[in-house]
Design a protein around this ligand. Structure first.
Ligand code: ADP
Length: 476
């Protein structure tokens, strides 16, 4: 590939390194290998951790102004290389190039945000009670951080962790998903060009996610682990991290409900549904998984949504007008097929779609009259399927929306202001989109409740995840 940021190496202590054993990364749109990367081992991982631990000593005492200026330079470089990054992202993840460009900008907004936010990591002065001592708190970086990221947002999930960690004075070992490591390696290259000192950011590539994950979660030199991925793996990492009482942040699976109430603006709701469902072919943790539509507007919403879905252009992400790309791999495709088949077996009607096209491409699909017992109503599908359920009353909709162990995003459409407050407050979710199908924003805290995770990314809270509070008592 003619792109200087496309590098087939891992990144350790400021150097791009190779290894005798490699693994290949595949373009999901074609099934062709796009490159080879070092298949590093658990033993190598210890070396990465040692380097991060050593470099932390000087990075933690680097001034906030210096850290912020490096992040600002990195922001500029990412902006300048937006197209190269988007091309790599589409090649390895399959997402439409238009979406990759948007993701690069979104990912970069975290770099910009945390460059600024580091300057505002205020402590407190606590009023003295005995009139003698003086009490104060300061915030300091937690120490070397391990970050494990998924394939669906190869850059945004990285910057949401790495930018606040660096801003807070932490060093990092990153393990990107083995399906989409090249975008992360391009980031490593730009971090070096931005002047980040050697060893502060390190990137390990490996097929052994389990072994590397366990080392990162249990090694004493790592003080914090931040993970985005499945609830199952999050649970394992949480158990492993308990051995050294590490701080943890987990962004896990969702099962987002999308409710349309009877007085909603239906055209707007359809637009929100398309945005909330079809981004990255439905492979996002905040993707709508269940559509609950009030009986009075059910048919109208169903027909308009079906018409909008029929307009979506499916194709390889690299084509400029593609709106829905392939699924990431065979098991992702099989899950989608299984969910559709199961819904149909339990009485659902296919309004549009319902078939695999070829390779890993699946038709954007609308299912109506879906049973509340269908797998799609309680499992995250991660594919381009809209499952429509009918409800009569607000309480029923809230009860259905909350009837899941997950609680990441939830969305609803209503023009009744009182209802907006009532429903928003009753939903068991970390994020609620009200008359919108999008919640992501670097200035807002992203995260879930229940089994969707722990901690928040972005916003002021996203920096606090990488800071410890130290209390100082000046006696006498
Ligand atoms: P998905 O692939 O569905 O997004 P995963 O949780 O399997 O979700 O993957 C998210 C990230 O976690 C990827 O980087 C993957 O390589 C990594 N991973 C997978 N299994 C483990 C594990 N047992 N321990 C640590 N990391 C893992």
């Amino acid at each position: 590939m003619q792109n200087r940021l496309f590098i087939e190496k891992a990144f350790l202590n400021g150097e791009f390194i190779t290894f005798e054993r490699t693994f290949s990364v595949v373009n999901p749109a074609t099934g062709q290998a796009i490159g080879q990367l070092p298949d590093l081992t658990v033993e190598n991982c210890r070396e990465f951790i040692d380097v991060a631990h050593e470099s932390w000593t000087s990075w933690r005492t680097t001034s906030i102004a210096e850290r912020a200026s490096i992040l600002n330079r990195l922001f500029q470089l990412i902006e300048q290389h937006r197209e190269e990054l988007a091309q790599i992202m589409t090649l390895e993840s399959g997402k439409p190039i238009q979406e990759s460009r948007i993701e690069v900008a979104y990912a970069n907004s975290f770099v910009e945000w945390f460059a600024e936010e580091a300057k505002r990591s205020y402590g407190q002065t606590i009023p003295t009670q005995d009139g003698k001592s003086r009490l104060q708190t300061i915030k300091q970086g937690v120490g070397p951080v391990a970050a494990i990221t998924p394939w669906n947002f190869p850059l945004a999930m990285l910057t949401r962790k790495v930018a606040p960690a660096l801003a807070a004075g932490c060093s990092v070992v990153l393990k990107p998903a083995s399906q989409t490591p090249f975008t992360a390696i391009a980031f490593a290259k730009l971090s070096q060009e931005a002047g980040l000192p050697d060893g502060v950011f390190n990137l390990i590539t490996s097929k052994d996610s389990k072994g590397i994950g366990e080392e990162l979660a249990t090694n004493e030199k790592i003080r914090k682990i931040s993970f985005t991925g499945s609830t199952e793996v999050g649970r394992t990492l949480m158990q492993q991290a308990s051995s050294t009482i590490k701080r943890i942040s987990l962004e896990l699976g969702g099962n987002a409900p999308f409710m349309v109430f009877k007085d909603a603006n239906i055209d707007e709701a359809v637009k929100g549904a398309i945005a909330g469902k079809f981004r990255n072919a439905g492979q996002t943790c905040v993707a709508v998984n269940r559509f609950y539509i009030q009986a009075q507007v059910y048919d109208q919403f169903k027909d308009k949504l079906t018409a909008a879905v029929s307009q979506l252009k499916v194709g390889p992400g690299i084509e400029e007008d593609s709106q829905v790309g392939p699924l990431i791999n065979q098991s992702g495709l099989e899950k989608v097929e299984r969910h559709v088949q199961d819904a149909v077996n339990k009485g659902a009607q296919i309004e549009i779609g319902g078939q695999r096209i070829n390779g890993l491409f699946y038709q954007p699909t609308v299912l109506s009259n879906v049973s509340r017992h269908a797998s799609i109503s309680f499992e995250e599908t991660f594919g381009p399927i809209c499952a429509l359920f009918k409800f009569e009353h607000e309480e029923e909709a809230i009860q259905l929306a909350n009837a899941t162990p997950f609680g990441l995003a939830a969305y609803f459409y209503s023009q009744d202001v009182q209802q907006c407050f009532r429903v928003a407050e009753a939903l068991e979710a970390g994020m609620v989109g009200i008359n919108t199908g999008m919640v992501s924003n670097a200035a807002a805290p992203f995260g879930g409740v229940k089994q969707s995770g722990l901690g928040r990314e972005g916003a002021t809270q996203g920096l606090d995840e990488y800071l410890e509070v130290k209390y100082l008592n000046f006696g006498g």
